[in-house]
Design a protein around this ligand. Structure first.
Ligand code: NAD
Ligand code: WQD
Length: 331
């Protein structure tokens, strides 16, 4: 099968490219390199032994995307291309709606015109907002708390409208919880081009001496140790979830939404301790004010993905920390 990965040189896209290439899919990468580097194409080849075709370009460029769909006879698209910083989305909503929403509209238009009707979309657990019950299942009400989350929810709604209007579509929305870690080789990982603010990239900067300490946002949450609890999922487990979603999309039509997480919640302090063990480095912390918009706990009910995708995350917190450290050291 020929699979187009938009945002394919990014963090999750590159790990999924490795997983798919190693399973015999023909992978084509499209990325404008806004938050990644073309070197990733070499790293994917070094790990998988397969050199993926790469096109530098913007997912909003309908003419370009149509050409790729035609030239490579694409069977399905996995749509990772997007902007993902919650804080940037508050200060610059225009960019977020343009890339995330308009980008998907243009992609779907190109797919429709070229008669490619299988799409896997990178959504986010952020669409749920503050959980009213735990674990969070796919029927949990959606109430995103920021423009980034709203741009993802609007895309999901748009995709439902598209599939309702035409029966040929097969669309899977994957709501990722907290992706973490790197490929076991340490050759690819999370490499943001601007200063990171997600937990694991910040911890890895502290462990490698690029930052002095980790500010832990809040020590008085209603959790076992007072710090925030999240469902961290190894990025290679997440990559496997996309392959399972592709197989599902081959057999099912309409729109289906899945949580991709482990179903387990770990606190910020548990993550810090695990990273200290994996790296052998000490991670100085300082307790700080709660970060606005953060929730105390969020973890997934993963039974739908288990039942319908026959997929389950297997890697541990240790695996996430060890692989992240291997990647960090190699930089
Ligand atoms: P990433 O920034 O590493 O990858 C996204 C890629 O898209 C980057 O390589 C970037 O250069 C590219 N891109 C951005 N705008 C583009 C455009 N207009 N045209 C073509 N390429 C463009 O991010 P990621 O962590 O790999 O996330 C992938 C997707 O998953 C995103 O849509 C993100 O919103 C979603 N997601 C990520 C997380 C997370 O915590 N990492 C959680 C939930 C959902
Ligand atoms: C995790 C925990 C922080 C940094 C975000 C997006 C979400 C999704 C994943 C894209 C929280 C604490 C963090 C730090 C800290 N992305 N923390 N000090 O907020 O759960 O989710 O990324 O879709 O949409 O909102 O992830 O990694 O930022 O935070 O104490 O320097 O770590 O307060 O409890 P979050 P995160």
């Amino acid at each position: 099968m020929n699979i187009l990965l938009t945002g394919g040189t990014g963090y999750i896209g590159s790990h999924t490219a490795v997983e798919l290439a190693m399973r015999g899919y023909n992978v084509i990468l499209l990325d404008n390199l806004e938050n990644s580097s073309e070197k990733v194409v070499d790293q994917i080849a070094a790990i998988s032994g397969v050199r993926c075709a790469f096109v530098k370009g913007d997912v909003r460029d309908r003419f370009l995307v149509k050409g790729i769909l035609r030239e490579h006879q694409i069977d399905a698209v996995i749509h990772f291309a997007g902007l993902k910083s919650v804080s940037d989305s508050v200060s610059d909503p225009l960019s977020y709606y343009s890339t995330n929403f308009v980008g998907t509209v243009e992609l779907v238009a190109a797919m429709s015109e070229e008669k490619v009707f299988r799409l896997i979309f990178s959504s986010s657990a952020t669409v749920y907002g503050t959980p009213s019950r735990l674990p969070v299942d796919e029927h949990h009400p959606t109430n995103p708390l920021n423009p980034y989350g709203r741009s993802k929810l609007h895309v999901e709604e748009f995709l439902h409208d598209v599939a309702n209007a035409s029966s040929g579509w097969s669309i899977v929305c994957l709501r990722y919880f907290n992706p973490a870690g790197a490929h076991e080789s340490g050759l690819i990982g999370e490499k943001p081009t601007s200063r990171p603010n997600n937990l694991l990239p910040v911890i890895s900067e502290v462990a490698s001496g690029q930052r002095k300490k980790l500010d832990v946002y809040g020590d008085d949450y209603d959790t076992a140790d007072g710090t925030g609890v999240r469902d961290f999922i190894h990025v290679m487990d997440l990559a496997g979830g996309h392959e399972a979603a592709l197989r599902f999309a081959n057999k099912n039509s309409g729109v289906t939404t899945f949580n991709l997480g482990t179903g387990l919640g770990y606190s910020v302090l548990e993550m810090v301790r695990s990273y200290e063990r994996a790296s052998g480095q000490s991670i100085p912390i300082e307790f700080a004010q709660r970060r606005s918009g953060d929730v105390a706990s969020c973890y997934a009910d993963t039974s739908k993905a288990g039942n319908l995708l026959n997929w389950k995350a297997t890697r541990t917190l240790e695996d996430m920390c060890a692989s992240s450290w291997r990647y960090t050291k190699a930089q």
